[in-house]
Design a protein around this ligand. Structure first.
Ligand code: BES
Ligand code: MN
Ligand code: MN
Length: 463
């Protein structure tokens, strides 16, 4: 194996400069205005893989944004690792809350990152993280032979629900055949407490419309006599939780996986400082389902949140109006064994049933996905565990992540491959928020950890 530490040291500035260049490309998948940049980002990713020594590098067009594929197959007898990541990013807005341009990366120190962090949209989610794999691959190519065969699949639609990736995987099943999928798109507990993500929540994303009178009305002439759709929507939304902060949608908890006392005790043994957690967020109190701790609320319990709500007048000054309609986007995070399609129907039925006669409601579904749990007794997990222990000097703790990567459940189903969720971000890295950042320590630690994974995995599979 190559001397990772010295190769990293000799090349660390170049690795960083290359990442900064990628961060300058505004590859926002949700906004058609950036389609050209998304494509440019796909091509830049492909070029990096080509330069690092990958074969069959291809940018596959889809009905949406392209998928980048590359591989290095050295021997049918060694295991094959499929690296998955995404080169698209979330929209940067609200722009005015960024301290520097979202696509003009700068390096600044923070409390969590005393050695500096890269501030830019996508720094942590997921450009900084998938690029660690490209650089680790470049390092491993310096000393042949590679311990494993490697395939890369980096997509451009993760942040909009991976619409075209499922079809792609079904069509290219044999090209994508692998022993394990390796993903860095999650986080660790903190830089002194490594962890491996062993679960992701599912998702069911809905949009609702509450329609009142056939036109906007003068709120003095009609107010008090006609139902205001915004008031009604607020009432309906607030009734979706009871006083224990449990979700009131009928049947919502029916399939929720029961977690043993032992497992809950283990989860809660992981380091967690509630004061620091609240201070980071600027809140004086936390709120969530009664009877559960913060790790449980974000790891093993389903939730319901309004992501956006609008209607009526929101311009400058005051306009007295009783609006004719109100809208909201509502998402539910799901846990094993909730079925997003079933939850979608339960939500729709429930929401329609709680609407007063004074309004009409329309409920539509956006994307969704299943929750996943990954085994901790597999060779793959043990190899990842050893790799992290070697790089951090400490055994990583298994932890369930609160976020979702819906395509992971599909890898399980279609490719029949389990995923290893070996991410290096921190919760405080502000992904999807203004001032997203990724620690330099985390970037380099990731590049250092990845080659160990391949080495241990190949060794352990041989036995
Ligand atoms: N990388 C995140 C998911 C994530 C973040 C998992 C942190 C665990 C810890 C991913 O890019 C993401 O944002 N996923 C979306 C879902 C998607 C369908 C838009 C999410 O979780 O909201
Ligand atoms: Mn991501
Ligand atoms: Mn994301």
């Amino acid at each position: 194996m190559i001397d990772v530490a010295s190769y990293l040291k000799d090349n660390q500035q170049r690795f960083l400069d290359e990442l900064l260049d990628l961060l300058r490309i505004p590859s926002v998948s949700a906004d058609p205005k950036y389609a050209g940049d998304v494509k440019r980002m796909a091509e830049a990713t492909a070029e990096h893989l080509r330069k690092a020594g990958a074969d069959k590098v291809q940018v596959f067009p889809t009905e949406g944004h392209p998928i980048v594929y590359a591989e290095k197959i050295i021997d049918p007898k060694v295991p094959t690792v499929l690296v998955y990541g995404h080169y698209d990013v979330q929209p940067a807005d609200p722009l005015e809350l960024w301290e520097s341009g979202p696509f003009e990366p700068v390096i600044k120190k923070t409390t969590a990152h005393p050695h500096g962090a890269i501030f830019a949209r996508g720094a942590c989610d997921d450009k900084g993280q998938f690029f660690m794999h490209v650089k680790a691959f470049e390092m491993m190519m310096q000393q042949q032979p590679l311990p494993c065969n490697i395939k890369f699949m980096i997509e451009g639609e993760e942040e909009v629900g991976s619409k075209n990736l499922a079809t792609f995987c079904k069509e290219k099943k044999s090209m994508l055949a692998c022993d394990v999928v390796l993903i860095s798109d999650t986080g660790i507990i903190d830089n002194k407490t490594p962890s491996l993500t062993v679960g992701l929540r599912g998702l069911c994303y809905m949009e609702v419309e509450v329609q009142g009178p056939n036109r906007d009305l003068h709120s003095g002439v009609y107010g008090g006599a006609v139902a205001n759709p915004i008031n009604v929507l607020c009432d309906m939304i607030s009734s979706l939780h009871d006083d224990k902060r449990r979700i009131t949608v009928k049947g919502f908890y029916d399939d929720v996986e029961k977690i043993s006392k032992k497992e809950r005790t283990m989860m809660n043994a992981a380091p967690y400082n509630e004061k620091a957690y609240m201070k980071d967020l600027g809140v004086r109190e936390l709120m969530g389902e009664k009877g559960f701790t913060t790790v449980e609320r974000t790891g093993i319990r389903p939730t319901l949140d309004v992501n956006g709500i609008w209607g009526g007048y929101i311009g400058e000054g005051a306009k007295t109006v009783l609006p004719s309609a109100a809208f909201a986007k509502i998402s539910m995070r799901l846990v094993p064994d909730q079925d997003p399609h079933k939850i979608e129907k339960l939500f729709q039925k429930h929401f329609e049933s709680i609407a007063p006669k004074s309004v009409k409601v329309k409920v539509t579904a956006h994307h969704g996905g299943y929750a996943v749990v990954t085994p901790t007794d597999s060779v793959e997990y043990k190899a990842a565990e050893r790799a992290m222990e070697k790089a951090f000097g400490k055994k990583p703790l298994p932890q369930r992540g609160g976020g979702s990567i819906p395509i992971v459940a599909m890898f399980d189903r279609v490719l029949k491959a389990k995923s290893i969720l070996m991410g290096f971000g921190l919760d405080s890295d502000a992904i999807h928020s203004p001032n997203e950042h990724y620690g330099l320590f985390n970037f380099y630690k990731g590049i250092e950890t990845i080659p160990y994974f391949y080495k241990y995995y190949a060794e352990m599979k041989k036995k």
